[in-house]
Design a protein around this ligand. Structure first.
Ligand code: IPD
Ligand code: CA
Ligand code: CA
Length: 284
């Protein structure tokens, strides 16, 4: 974290990330069941509300107040679809300081009143994530990670689980809204994992799944078809809690990874092999 503390003023970027996630989270919670506008993006399953947009605006303003020279990659500022998302990341990733924001991760849950969604904010320095904050406003759970300094939930260190085998693990999966490519691929993985794990979960928030892997509540998470803002903060949380984050073929995580496996480390190889055998890596 050395260079960043000196960039602008006295406020640390971690404090700004926490403050922004908390303020946006409180507001999102206050709007639960009271969104004014519901639109679809790429498919009828890909939802966005005025609350997603309002929360992103709020977070952008708070970040830029303290770090006016930094760049921001926020979900609601990018046109829908994998190609647009990849293009936006390609343009932004060379930024010296890039904030990566998912204002509401779990919008379908938010819309339906299913209480599992969060705010996810990461800061990358020259393409490497150095701060990750995930806030679940309904449980008032704040997950914070700083590169090289560990990860915490409300000040208590997080640690990945000890499960050593898939058969004794609970693993999260995702039902991606892209029904052309991602969902069919995920379904192959889900079919395999349902039989090989103790049980699978699909809570509907990639970022919270990652925070739960970091906290040892899940031993792994797999999904094909994610975007940088779904993963950046959570990936740092998992790594700083002793876990491993790669793509579905085992390459180390970087901001461009869309097909993701995050685990406690101990079940990583077994999970990757299972996806390979099931033809569920999403890689050609
Ligand atoms: C979605 C959620 C969901 C995952 C999707 C994401 P959003 O993000 O993380 O769990 O399965 O792939 O797009 O749209 O709610 O921000
Ligand atoms: Ca998301
Ligand atoms: Ca979102």
């Amino acid at each position: 974290m050395e260079p960043i503390d000196n960039v602008v003023g006295s406020k640390s970027p971690t404090a700004v990330a926490i403050n922004s996630a908390s303020k946006a989270g409180e507001w999102i919670k206050s709007r639960l069941g009271m969104y004014k506008q519901l639109d679809t993006k790429l498919s009828p399953q890909d939802l966005v509300t005025d609350v997603d947009k309002g929360a992103e605006l709020m977070i952008r303003k708070l970040i830029l107040t303290h770090f006016p020279d930094h760049d921001i990659l926020g979900e609601e500022g990018v046109p829908p679809g994998a190609a647009a998302s990849e293009a936006a990341l390609a343009k932004a990733r060379s930024s010296e300081y890039l904030w990566i924001v998912d204002p509401v991760d779990g919008t379908t849950n938010f819309v339906h009143g299913f209480p599992f969604f969060c705010v996810s904010i990461a800061l990358a320095h020259r393409g490497e994530v150095i701060v990750g904050v995930i806030y679940d406003p309904l449980r008032d759970e704040l997950f914070v990670a700083e590169k090289g300094k560990g990860a915490y939930v409300h000040g208590n260190p997080t640690r990945v689980s000890e499960d050593a085998e898939l058969s004794g693990s609970v693993v999260a999966v995702g039902f991606n809204p892209d029904r052309q490519f991602a969902l069919p691929t995920n379904m192959k993985g889900i079919n395999a994992l349902a039989l090989q794990t103790r049980s699978i979960r699909a809570g509907g928030s990639a970022a919270l799944h990652l925070a739960y892997v970091a906290a040892g509540r899940l031993s792994g998470y797999y999904e094909v078809g994610l975007n940088a803002w779904d993963v950046a903060a959570g990936a740092l949380l998992v790594k700083e809690s002793g876990g491993i984050v790669t793509d579905t073929t085992g390459n180390p995580y970087d901001l461009g990874v869309r097909h993701l496996v995050a685990t406690n480390g101990k079940i990583h190889g077994e999970l990757l092999q299972s996806l390979k055998d099931a033809g569920a890596t999403g890689m050609q």
